[in-house]
Design a protein around this ligand. Structure first.
Ligand code: HEC
Length: 145
């Protein structure tokens, strides 16, 4: 009696297809998360620098952190802080306070940033638009507070 050989190749194909379907999502999700985490981390680092940098606004010793972070640093070459409004004001949950949530717009928060940025008693720099890179970075930083 002749034994018929069974062709298993279609079973193997189905197994591969099933694995591909189930593995696709977690693998792609994992890769996406990793890439967004790494760009997120460097963006956050840059954002923190803009917030703390005492020279970014074209003045030797003015930064957001001086009024909004307890661990601010002064420029050692210009240690005097000459902003009349200089005092510690804690920033906490400002993104939510100004409705910059998942579906919300940052425009109210940008207005608040510009108030400190523009006021001659604070940074005294001017007003920036939402498209400005420094505003984009400040928003990233403020969102985490
Ligand atoms: C010289 C001090 C000073 C500096 C520098 C300063 N701010 Fe402020 N900021 C204040 C004061 C005082 C308030 C609270 C009163 C007000 O809203 O005007 C405030 C309020 C805010 C608020 C609203 C907080 C809330 O809870 O409603 C945000 C956001 C903010 N500042 C962001 C910034 C950013 C970003 C920078 C840097 C570009 C900056 N500030 C620089 C003094 C300062």
């Amino acid at each position: 009696m002749e034994r018929r050989s069974i062709d298993y190749s279609w079973i193997i194909l189905i197994v591969i297809a099933v694995i591909a379907i189930f593995a696709y999502k977690p693998v792609v999700g994992y890769l996406r998360e990793r890439s967004s985490q790494s760009t997120g981390a460097t963006d956050y680092q840059k954002a923190k620098e803009v917030f703390y940098d005492y020279q970014v606004w074209g003045h030797p010793n003015r930064s957001c952190a001086m009024c909004h972070a307890k661990d601010y640093e002064v420029n050692p070459e210009h240690p005097d802080i000459d902003m009349p409004d200089f005092k510690y004001v804690q920033l906490k949950g400002v993104a939510r306070k100004y409705h910059y949530t998942l579906l919300g717009s940052p425009s109210d928060l940008v207005k608040r940033i510009n108030r400190c940025l523009h006021s001659p008693t604070r940074i005294g720099y001017g007003t920036l638009t939402q498209q400005d890179e420094r505003i984009r970075l400040l928003l990233i930083y403020l969102k985490k507070l």
